[in-house]
Design a protein around this ligand. Structure first.
Ligand code: NDP
Length: 479
């Protein structure tokens, strides 16, 4: 098989290549991981914590390089430069949480329904977890699943996006410094067919990506009767009420919509504003949007970068064109700019939008902010819930109580009140479920997410006499 060019999002030029793995290579890596996994599981969670602590040290030593590689992949998103530290936080968090999560799964009690029977639990890891990850936040979205799977005692075979493979290569330089870990954690590169080959080898799959690919992954897993956990797209609404502080609302909406060029699954993708403040809110939003700078001159300066995947710009431009054709007005931004070979879009505020437009229905994944007026809370809730997705939603109101009352009516897994973009705050605490097309399977964060990688066995011991079938009587018989 030949090589695949990898494009630099800042220049539009290929500056890297990968060699897609053949089916035989995927099978060979899967077999080697399976062979090493029993020893990894037999170490117990405390033993694995010792190995992962050494890996944490290796990541710490290379944190800056990891950040640079992630920025190279994405085009210089602010979060990219923090990826080394975010990975350290991910490993460090599980070092504390994994032993507690295992302890919470233990059970050793007499059965309430058959009091002479002792019931003990045993958890057994799925031997091989396949992780298939997307191009936005390429490291974080690979490790959100891979790290807890490793702590659970599984081996992990990762298939990162072919569009952003560099940061994974740098990460695995740190993995190879810890041989016990390297024996159970590996990756293969390539496009969709390599993802399919991973599904063909694994015992369970974690997939993050788009809805159409998620469907294909679900079908392939169904054919093999293996579990799959899907984290898919979003069309996340934000409601701004009549009583909201305009300054707070405009600031939160702008950041929530354009951070990382809007290429975040929980970006604000549509805004509903009470009609009485609509014009003032939009004016303030446009004013603030005008201060957002591109990072075209320097990846570390400016607020938003190029599209990580150049063709994504065409999808976003298509949504804007569709909206304009159907009557929307573009108040700022709106034009894809080619600078030095990178493709950029400034924050794009649209008004006059409606739910027959793609920009209000399909995931845009760009720095667009379509704003629609509503008359009363009932209408705002109805519009916010008028979607196939249900990843996150935000409400900004005069008080937290008012925001909460509305938030409780919204169909999404993460509800952000008085701000947007709060997903990070629930790391290590509670996982949440997605609604609609946004996801399927158990939560991927929080201690309970470890459960995705474990099967629980029950060991049932009869401590009393065994039943003698000859003493069984039908009701009314022999009494
Ligand atoms: P895709 O669905 O295109 O790809 C995701 C991964 O699947 C990539 O590694 C891709 O490989 C691989 N793949 C492609 N085809 C197949 C196939 N037939 N079988 C198995 N694997 C396959 O998503 P994107 O990379 O475009 O990522 C953006 C999407 O991810 C957005 O919709 C976004 O909302 C979603 N996302 C969801 C998140 C969540 O937590 N809910 C978080 C972040 C993003 P390759 O790229 O090499 O072709």
């Amino acid at each position: 098989m030949g090589t695949l060019d990898v494009i630099n999002p800042r220049t539009g030029q290929a500056d890297h290549t990968i060699k897609p793995a053949s089916c035989e290579e995927v099978a060979g890596k899967a077999a080697a991981l399976r062979e090493a996994q029993p020893a990894w599981e037999a170490m117990g969670v405390e033993g694995r914590c010792g190995v992962m602590a050494r890996w944490l040290g290796a990541v710490k030593a290379r944190a800056a390089d990891i950040g640079e590689a992630d920025a190279h992949d994405t085009g210089g998103c602010h979060t990219s430069y923090l990826q080394g530290f975010i990975t350290m936080g991910n490993i460090g968090g599980w070092l504390e949480d994994a032993p507690k999560a295992f302890a919470a799964l233990e059970y050793d009690e007499m059965s309430p329904s058959m009091p002479s029977v002792r019931v003990q639990s045993q958890v057994v890891a799925f031997p091989l977890v396949g992780v298939i990850s997307p191009w936005n936040a390429p490291l974080m979205l690979a490790l959100l699943d891979a790290i807890p799977a490793l702590f659970a005692g599984c081996a992990v075979l990762l298939k990162p996006s072919e569009i952003t493979p560099r940061v994974i290569e740098t990460l695995f330089e740190t993995v190879r410094e810890v041989p016990e870990l390297a024996s159970v954690f590996d990756y293969v590169t390539g496009a969709g067919e390599v993802g399919q080959a991973v599904i063909g080898e694994a015992d369970t799959i974690c997939f993050t990506g788009s809805v159409p690919t998620g469907r294909k992954v679900a079908v392939a897993c169904a054919e093999r009767l293996i579990p799959c956990h899907l984290e898919l797209g979003g069309k996340d609404p934000c409601i701004v009420t009549e009583t909201a502080d305009l300054e707070r609302a405009a600031t939160a909406v702008l950041r929530g919509a354009v951070y990382a060029t809007g290429q975040v699954c929980y970006s604000v993708e549509r805004v509903y504003v009470h009609e009485s403040i609509h014009d003032a809110f939009v004016a303030l939003l446009v004013e603030k949007a005008g201060d957002v700078r591109l990072n075209a001159d320097d990846p570390r300066a400016g607020h938003i970068g190029p599209f990580t995947h150049g063709p994504q710009a065409d999808i976003v431009a298509g949504h804007i064109a569709d909206a304009v054709e159907k009557g929307a007005r573009v108040l700022c931004g709106g034009q894809i700019e080619e600078i030095g070979g990178g493709r950029y879009l400034r924050p794009t505020v649209l008004t006059g939008v409606s739910h027959d437009m793609a920009i209000m229905q399909d995931e845009t994944f760009g720095p667009t902010i379509p704003v629609m007026a509503y008359a009363d809370t009932e209408e705002a809730v109805r519009l916010a819930n008028d979607t196939n997705f249900g990843l996150t939603a935000s409400v900004i109101a005069g008080t937290a109580e008012e925001a909460e009352a509305i938030g409780r009516q919204l169909n999404a897994g993460g509800i952000f009140l008085q701000d947007t973009f709060l997903t990070f705050a629930k790391m290590r605490t509670f996982g949440s479920d997605s609604f609609g097309w946004s996801g399927h399977g158990s939560p991927r964060i929080g201690p309970e997410s470890l459960r995705r990688f474990l099967r629980r066995k029950s060991l049932l011991t009869q401590t009393g006499e065994v039943a003698d079938i000859r003493n069984d009587h039908h009701l009314g018989e022999g009494a």
